[in-house]
Write a protein that binds this ligand. Structure first.
Ligand SMILES: [Zn+2]
Length: 143
């Protein structure tokens, strides 16, 4: 792969691996916040050589605004945390693609979108800073 990901100045992410706990956490939090947008910070590890990203943990960002049709959080209260790999947010509209505003406010390396009805991993998509979908698999707890 020679495609570059402008977000981090690194190779394009070819695969993401998301832990089962993170998947269930995103789904549960999105359901809980509905019809407001939920927003969560994703933590994990990035293997730049393999173009692989592992999403291992969720953090509820401090002082987040979670409203109908909008969610955001201020960057200042966040500690400088090199394990932050991106942000997840919900789309109560059911639309799985990132909006123009989503791409303009991109933070980190990846963006996960969880769309209504938030039933299973099929309602979650992961994108890079260019809005390109990154294939992902769910890592079960015993793996
Ligand atoms: Zn969005």
């Amino acid at each position: 792969m020679s495609v570059r990901c402008e977000t981090w100045g690194v190779r394009f992410m070819v695969e993401a691996c998301v832990s089962r706990d993170v998947v269930e956490g995103i789904l549960a939090y999105s359901r809980h916040m509905h019809p407001k947008e939920a927003i969560l910070v994703l933590r994990g590890k990035v293997d730049f050589k393999k173009g692989r990203i592992d999403i291992l943990e969720l953090v509820i960002p401090p002082r987040a605004t979670q409203a109908v049709g909008f969610s955001a959080f201020p960057l200042q209260p966040l500690p400088l945390d090199m394990s932050v790999v991106g942000v997840a947010h919900s789309h109560p509209s059911g639309i799985q693609e990132p909006s123009v505003a989503d791409l303009n406010n991109f933070y980190g390396g990846v963006m996960a979108i969880c769309s209504y009805p938030y039933e299973d991993a099929g309602d979650i998509s992961i994108y890079d800073g260019k809005g390109r979908k990154i294939p992902f698999r769910v890592r079960e707890r015993q793996e």
